[in-house]
Design a protein around this ligand. Sequence first.
Ligand SMILES: Nc1nc2c(c(=O)[nH]1)N[C@H]1C(S)=C(S)[C@@H](COP(=O)(O)OP(=O)(O)OC[C@H]3O[C@@H](n4cnc5c(=O)[nH]c(N)nc54)[C@H](O)[C@@H]3O)O[C@H]1N2
Ligand SMILES: Nc1nc2c(c(=O)[nH]1)N[C@H]1C(S)=C(S)[C@@H](COP(=O)(O)OP(=O)(O)OC[C@H]3O[C@@H](n4cnc5c(=O)[nH]c(N)nc54)[C@H](O)[C@@H]3O)O[C@H]1N2
Ligand code: SF4
Ligand SMILES: [Mo]
Length: 767
Amino acid sequence: MAETKTFVTEEDGVVKVRTCAWSPPGDHPVGCGMFIHVKDGKIVKVEGDPDHPITQGRLCPRCIALDEVVYHKDRLLSPMVRKREDRGRDTWEKISWDEAYDILEEKIREIQKEYGAEAIFTLTGTGRESTLYAPVYGPAIMDTPNGASTYAFSGEACYGPRATISNYLLGAGVPEIDFAQFFPDRYDNPEFEVPKYIMVWGKDPLYSSPDGFFGHSIIDLMKRGSKIITVDPRLTWLGAHAEYHLQLRPGTDAAVGLGFLNVIIQEDLYDQEFVEKWCYGFEELAEACKPWTPERVKEVSWVEPDQLVGAARAFATNAPSTATWGVALDQSKQSTQGAQCFLAICAICGYLDVPGGVTITNPTSFIGQWRYDMGDTLSEGMDEKHIVDPTGKYALFNAGAAMGGVQGDTLLNWLEGMYKDDPSYYDLRMCWIIGNNPLACMADQPKRWYEAMKDLDFIVAQDIFMTPTIMALADLVLPLSTFAEHNGLVTPNYGRNQHFVGAMNTAVENPNTKSDLEILVDMGKRMRPELWEQFADVDDFFDQKLKENYGYGLEELREKSVIQPGYEYRKYEKGGFRPDGQPGFYTPTGLIELYSTVLESYGEKPVPYFEEPEYSPVSQAGAVADEYPLVYTTGGRHISMFHSEHRQIPSLRALHPDPLVTINPATAEKYGIQQGDWVRVTTPLGECTQKANLTNEVNEKTIHLEHAWWFPEQDGEAPNLYGVFDANPNNIMPHESVSVTGYGAPYKNGICRIERVSGLKGNGGEQ
Ligand SMILES: Nc1nc2c(c(=O)[nH]1)N[C@H]1C(S)=C(S)[C@@H](COP(=O)(O)OP(=O)(O)OC[C@H]3O[C@@H](n4cnc5c(=O)[nH]c(N)nc54)[C@H](O)[C@@H]3O)O[C@H]1N2
Ligand SMILES: Nc1nc2c(c(=O)[nH]1)N[C@H]1C(S)=C(S)[C@@H](COP(=O)(O)OP(=O)(O)OC[C@H]3O[C@@H](n4cnc5c(=O)[nH]c(N)nc54)[C@H](O)[C@@H]3O)O[C@H]1N2
Ligand code: SF4
Ligand SMILES: [Mo]
């Protein structure tokens, strides 16, 4: 019925389908608007949608290369199976979907019967479309308590820490810059104000557009007068355009945060009325900050006092200003303390929930709601079998704070048999991988994860390409459709700060592939029809849930493409945050908790403090620090790749052919390293090799490594596995160097040494 739909138009034999992007191929729920041009059933061009209220026509190279992904020769286009003893060998056999579903159903039932459903766990990845639905696979298909949002991720080092601290300190979803994103008329909306300063802390949004924030919005605001403060060990593009650049030693965010707060408090620059009325524990916070003079901050973090003091004064005295925090705040053992400082700065300056400040909302995710609508889908007694550390560690994480799941470090310990003698222990037997490539990307100490997962009886995964993890470990693989090939929804910030719902519309058919949600509904009907028969198909599922939660259906959304909910400022004055409708915040004290009663009740200090990372020049002072004289950070995003994806896409790989280690030219000279040399980076825990990129972006004491590299052009079979362990910086970082809450791990800080080598192992280079 193309001609009856406004989102499908045709001109000169080319059909243009209006849609909002998500995944696969991978991305966060940004939902950028685009027109997919289709000729004779094939994508011929992708073009930005100028009428999309947020993205207004702009697209990154990854979306522009969509046709190269969809029609790539290595796309998985059929379910495939291989013998368990053939793991690591390319002996895949193509089978039909029915056969694949039969195998999967049989395996799940066999394991449920023989060992109990708890012997099955799922692994999921970052915010792909699957992330919305993956939490349901475990409990509502397989009746296992080890299946809701479990990551092979030390310290759940992405989003979980920030979401959790937002829950506990603010009683709200995740904060974001006010870029007029809730209003259809955007920057022209009379209620909106342009922020005077934007503080960008541990985030590089122009390249990452994370979670629902569109990076170019910062450029929009800069054009309208906003000035920039960056807190980053690298001089990013934004840093180079900033008034203040706080170039910190990786992993010292809490020290910088305490110093920043101290300037604001000592100089009385905070919003006293807001603090008195709406904040709890200001005196204790002030006391904790007092020792953090600019000189002490410099000693610990290397940040220049004039930059710290200047930035704190500028931020606090220019209302409204705003701030955004990135994954760097999750990727240190001190994620909680860094995040506490960040939220306290926004709060005491009076910038939360005001025009041009920081937006916060109640979580509104319909899918989240839907999980509760379904009721508790686990059978009786199953909850108690949820894997937790038997020594009682990570109680806050295990309370299911924001994300749920099995704590990642606990899971590896469990798989490795560390808790074998505890009465709560049982063997895990099966894993379902949904949107995750842990050996390349998420897992700390990936070789340990590889060895630990090898013992499982059965592993199934769904993806659009073969990955090192699937080649190494899976027995069954299900081919996914891309977002150009299925209907779906985009919900920014996974519902925690949702400024629109966007429609994802099928542009081309690929009948032998399925979306995550199709697989979920199909398998749900097979395994637990009592929960799933209520949905005729995927479209019916979306339609029912949209109507229940937002009052409009799928067709209306598809016609409009994007629906924004509007925004009410200062909801705390009007009861907008609390279920009882009273003014204030949904926290134990009803106020913003600068002193966190929740952290205190879980054995963490209630106010922020600084502690050295486990591997730092200070904590390892002496022989170890002498042997590893440099500090590293990792994982700054680049625009042509999303984590471990896109390495096989010709135009994108051409933009970024090799894994690059960024080194200051003076440091490189000291070690006899030249631009383009291969460099081995070694820590007390392991090594990896990347190509030298010499620039002043980093100071002489710091290097930056890229993450998630594997080489689809190399031998995929074990032991090489597409070279997944060669350039991988996760080899060099510790396992279980996390906080008492169970959140935060040092993916972005450690100490190392560097040396020139002649090449990468898998390329035949001698090391
Ligand atoms: N193109 C692309 N986009 C992506 C992704 C991708 O792989 N590719 N990944 C997605 C995912 S899952 C996420 S979580 C987001 C992340 O998006 P961002 O939060 O923007 O994360 P990064 O790009 O890692 O940038 C973090 C910044 O922190 C800096 N940094 C490093 N160490 C420290 C430190 O110790 N303290 C501070 N303050 N800063 C530090 C880095 O130099 C970098 O500039 O991006 C998402 N978007
Ligand atoms: N050293 C270091 N390591 C890091 C980071 C860092 O900064 N430094 N960042 C970390 C962060 S923040 C994160 S979130 C993790 C990310 O880690 P992961 O989420 O594991 O990312 P990928 O390795 O890209 O794996 C995702 C897989 O899912 C597939 N996929 C894409 N879209 C979909 C979809 O819609 N459905 C399904 N089922 N599959 C899909 C992709 O093809 C890919 O194979 O990496 C972490 N690893
Ligand atoms: S952020 Fe870039 S790659 Fe991601 S959906 Fe938007 S345009 Fe596409
Ligand atoms: Mo992430």
